[in-house]
Ligand binder design. Sequence first.
Ligand code: FAD
Length: 371
Amino acid sequence: MCAIEAGKRGRRVAVLERADQLGKKILISGGGRCNFTNLHCRAENFLSGNPHFAKSLLARYTPEDFIALVEKHHIPYHEKTLGQLFCDRSARDIVEMLKKECSSTGVTIFLNTKIQDVKRTTEFVVHTANAEFYAPALVVATGGLSIPKMGATAFGYELARQFGLKIREPWPALVPLVLSADDRSRYCDLTGVSAEVIASCHGQQFREKMLVTHRGLSGPAILQISSYWKKPQEIQIDLAPGIEMTKNLRDPKMPRTLTAVRSEFRKILPARLADRWLDLHAPASWTNTALADLEQQAHAWTIVPSGTEGYEKAEVTAGGVDTDELFAKTMESRKVHGLFFIGEVVDVTGQLGGFNFQWAWASGAAAGRAL
Ligand SMILES: Cc1cc2nc3c(=O)[nH]c(=O)nc-3n(C[C@H](O)[C@H](O)[C@H](O)COP(=O)(O)OP(=O)(O)OC[C@H]3O[C@@H](n4cnc5c(N)ncnc54)[C@H](O)[C@@H]3O)c2cc1C
């Protein structure tokens, strides 16, 4: 996106990509259909040391701008849920679109070109295994640490440090959570069971699906909350958002027995999860207070994860180049003239739902327009 915008302005642009093809993460994104933006993109959908940093930049390159590009290329797409836009056919459509835009704006792409180091003399000197590139401006768009088997490295952060820019310590985000050994033995044989919940932590909450995995919890609600979670905090899970589970049990005609409670919980939750959760949280008695206590626990089931599945499974890396180091309008370093950082390498991280790509497009466009 950055190269395209700079190319449109007549700049001579070289994209140096170490992989053998462009946009590998785009290709695997959104289950192969690329959730390329979100109609409801707001600054609140992003995590950053400075929550205001991205506001004006996101306003200058909006989801509508990207949709216009997608429509110009006649790419069919649909809204899946919650404003999330996906390709009808394949994520490949987005990569092909970006490639076409690059070639029509005269951008040269070098594949299999791993940057080894960068020096700055009167201009930037970029060394690869068998070439040197000289340029008055350098844009670092090397992504984060997620999915190391696809070649993710800390190169972008190292480059920032080399030029004296501060880094906000990265952490894996949008990542499944791992339960403690005790909780694993309690719940993880329910692998594959899912329920709509509200997961909350640190003042944030998300109402979406939760999924039990063989090592812990996942699903959109958990991935979302994982970005805000730090060890050893607890996470609260509302197993029945907006529903009073024990309401019928207050009816004097209704027997107050475990079988009756089970049948009430099974109306709301998958049977196996309802049964297991009740086995582990059976009320001590059948008084109104005990029922109220059960109700309260079901809406605030407290879990203390032992960790996350880490960068191997994280959809994105939070933290990164400190936004204090960059001009919010252009993404240029305040300290080093001509040095820009865009996309995931920067300390702006989107929630699940197309926000990370929207940030990548918007920050790329901002830098491209300033080059
Ligand atoms: C499984 C998965 C699914 C996802 N799905 C979605 C989704 O549906 N919607 C969404 O919004 N976000 C999604 N994301 C997140 C999104 O893919 C990223 O936030 C986005 O790709 C970041 O873009 P970027 O250009 O900053 O970095 P990247 O896309 O990671 O690109 C960085 C590029 O830099 C290259 N590079 C790194 N080091 C060097 C070097 N030394 N020399 C040369 N080249 C180098 C890499 O090879 C890579 O191609 C998903 C992520 C994953 C892992």
